[in-house]
Design a protein around this ligand. Structure first.
Ligand code: MN
Length: 325
């Protein structure tokens, strides 16, 4: 299993720290992007990849390559933006970065109603209560039905999957977080395990697959090992977010990796059973005592703790299952 990590920024110090705790892969985006430029150019991609490689690590996932609401909502002007995305995709492939994580959340990105929920020992986690969020007004986009998002996703995939195949880049769609629909009038479609099957079947291709965000699947109330088996057996798990929480979509709190509802050992066993070899990164963590809560979900110490826990689980699974992908 390969463990990935998002760094607060790409510095020599953070790269060294990642190596020290046993991380193999860096998951990041291009500094300045997204939104700073319509097309990601080859040279900065290649230079950043070299920098990560020279530190003994691999830049294996771009998370994320932004997709505008124009494209997600299927609005006029999307063709030009999709063309730019295709050009970025070609440059990403040429730079040798094998996976892009993207999502189809329009208007609202990942949403929480609190960033200061107390979990074990008073650590600060994020949480979501749908009932609070739904008191909010409609957005300027009004009501956006789910079918509109399915249409625009199909349109997008038909345009980019052939380019991704040529470029040798895997497209790994991330669930909606929280997986509820609609939110203040905006439909959401990646809210159930079956929706991922629908995406896979929309444009069948070896490069069309999934970011298995375990947290989102837990929010859905899914049986986590069963979902890993379902998509892993099809070879569709390209990338995983390892996360734990308490509750379900309409009311949940994030948790330490070893302190939520999900049986994380059973999850890790399932990844091994289906031959998933990573990359997998720790997803959201609480902010610990002594560090700022200025990047909710992505504070550093909680992720160091998470990586140690993941390495422990991996060792346990390898020793008991006798496999080491
Ligand atoms: Mn995630």
């Amino acid at each position: 299993m390969r463990i990935g990590l998002v760094l607060p920024e790409i510095t020599e110090s953070y790269l060294t720290l990642a190596r020290q705790i046993g991380v193999d892969d860096i998951v990041t985006t291009l500094r300045g992007a997204p939104g700073a430029q319509p097309v990601w150019e080859f040279r900065p991609l290649m230079a950043q990849r070299q920098r990560i490689e020279e530190a003994g690590l691999t830049w294996s996932v771009i998370e994320s390559l932004a997709i505008s609401d124009t494209v997600k909502l299927g609005l006029p002007g999307r063709d030009q933006e999709i063309e730019n995305w295709q050009r970025s995709l070609r440059n990403i492939g040429a730079a040798g970065i094998p996976i892009i994580c993207y999502n189809w959340m329009a208007v609202f990105p990942w949403l929480r109603t609190s960033f200061t929920t107390r979990v074990r020992g008073g650590a600060l986690a994020t949480s979501y209560r749908h009932e609070l969020m739904q008191r909010g007004p409609l957005t300027p986009h009004g009501i956006v039905p789910e079918e509109q998002l399915w249409e625009s996703l199909a349109y997008f995939l038909r345009a980019v999957v052939p380019v991704a195949e040529e470029a040798g880049v895997k497209l790994a769609i991330h669930p909606d977080d929280p997986p509820l629909s609609p939110i203040c009038g905006i439909g959401r479609i990646l809210t159930h395990p079956d929706a991922f099957q629908r995406v896979i079947d929309l444009v069948p291709s070896p490069v069309n697959g999934i970011t298995f965000c375990q947290g989102c699947f837990a929010e859905m109330g899914a049986d986590i090992p069963a979902a890993i088996e379902r998509f892993g057996r099809q070879g569709k798990l390209f990338f995983a977010h390892f996360r734990n929480l308490r509750g379900t979509a309409s009311d949940f709190s994030e948790a330490f990796h070893d302190d939520g509802d999900t049986d994380m050992f059973a999850a890790m066993q399932a990844y091994y059973r289906v031959g998933f070899a990573g990359p997998m990164r720790p997803d959201h963590v609480p902010a610990l005592e002594g560090e700022p809560n200025d990047r909710p979900g992505y504070s550093l110490w909680g992720r160091l703790f998470a990586v140690g826990y993941m390495r422990g689980l991996i060792e346990g699974v390898e020793k008991t299952m006798g496999t080491a992908p």
